[in-house]
Design a protein around this ligand. Structure first.
Ligand SMILES: [Zn+2]
Length: 60
């Protein structure tokens, strides 16, 4: 699990905490499974884009 930042438009950043990720064994990049990405997209859609920084906790 890790905390991931997502940019929303020019000004807003959303940090999602405790995201369950897989890590590439070769380059250590974080990989998100499709259902996890779908949940995060729902979170981001609910975020207020006029807020510069928002922090959510991922909950499956
Ligand atoms: Zn890789």
């Amino acid at each position: 699990m890790t905390d991931l930042p997502f940019k929303l438009g020019d000004r807003s950043i959303v940090i999602v905490k405790d995201v369950p990720v897989l890590q590439c064994p070769d380059c250590h990049a974080y990989l998100l499974r499709d259902p996890v990405m779908a949940n995060i997209e729902r979170l981001l859609e609910s975020a207020n884009r006029s807020t510069e920084l928002a922090i959510f906790r991922y909950a499956a």
